[in-house]
Design a protein around this ligand. Structure first.
Ligand code: 5GP
Length: 194
């Protein structure tokens, strides 16, 4: 997605240890026009899949998630992050290790929002090791739903998330794929052709 790629080139800041900061359009300030295009692109890629809900994780997944849900005309659910949990009766809980924060969080979704048979599209801002996406997918499956696919705004292709998710049988669609952040430079996976 060329518009997104240009944004990453012009505004992305490479932090150490393979982390990209995009707080001017996705992770702090958000660009609604770009997010609208992100939503349209995911909708185009998953056309015909009869998605019934979009699922993401707070907080940075909410902007791309809500725009995708708007285009698909379905609700968005965002999983909540919590440090640790005691009551679990009416919620699904999965533990997810955060690559950027270097800590584990429990992510939760209320049981009332995913019904058996639901066809769920997972959307997230970044894909690194796949922890968040796998956690969300396990929640959908615990609920008896089907993961239609995983839509990622920015994939760091030098980390194993994409491969692991595909090996597990999930369809992954990433709007930009970053090959490397070495020496403070952002380089993209070339196959995109966009
Ligand atoms: P994963 O769960 O795939 O290891 O990492 C994805 C999650 O970690 C995303 O939800 C995102 O919030 C965060 N994340 C991973 N890498 C980066 C990065 O380079 N930059 C930012 N801003 N967030 C990242």
């Amino acid at each position: 997605m060329e518009l997104l790629r240009q944004k990453v080139i012009n505004e992305g800041i490479v932090l150490g240890q393979g982390v990209l900061k995009v707080d001017s359009f996705l992770n702090h300030q958000m660009d609604p026009f770009l997010m609208r295009e992100v939503g349209r692109e995911f909708t185009r890629r998953f056309a015909g899949e009869e998605v019934t809900k979009v699922l993401t994780i707070e907080s940075s997944g909410i902007a791309p998630g809500i725009m995708t849900a708007l285009e698909l005309e379905v609700p968005l659910i965002f999983a909540r992050k919590q440090k640790s949990l005691t009551l679990t009766e009416d919620i699904y809980v999965e533990t997810v290790y955060s690559f950027t924060k270097k800590e584990s969080n429990d992510i939760t979704v209320s049981k009332k929002f995913i019904a058996p048979g639901e066809r769920v599209l997972i959307v997230d801002d970044f894909l690194a090791n796949g922890e968040a996406a796998f956690g969300l997918a396990r929640i959908v499956e615990q609920a008896g739903g089907t993961v239609i696919g995983i839509g990622i705004v920015i994939e760091k292709a030098f980390q194993p998330g994409n491969r692991l998710l595909k090996e597990a049988g999930y369809r992954v669609e990433s709007l930009v794929r970053i090959a490397s952040l070495e020496d403070g430079r952002i380089s993209f996976v070339e196959e995109e052709g966009e």
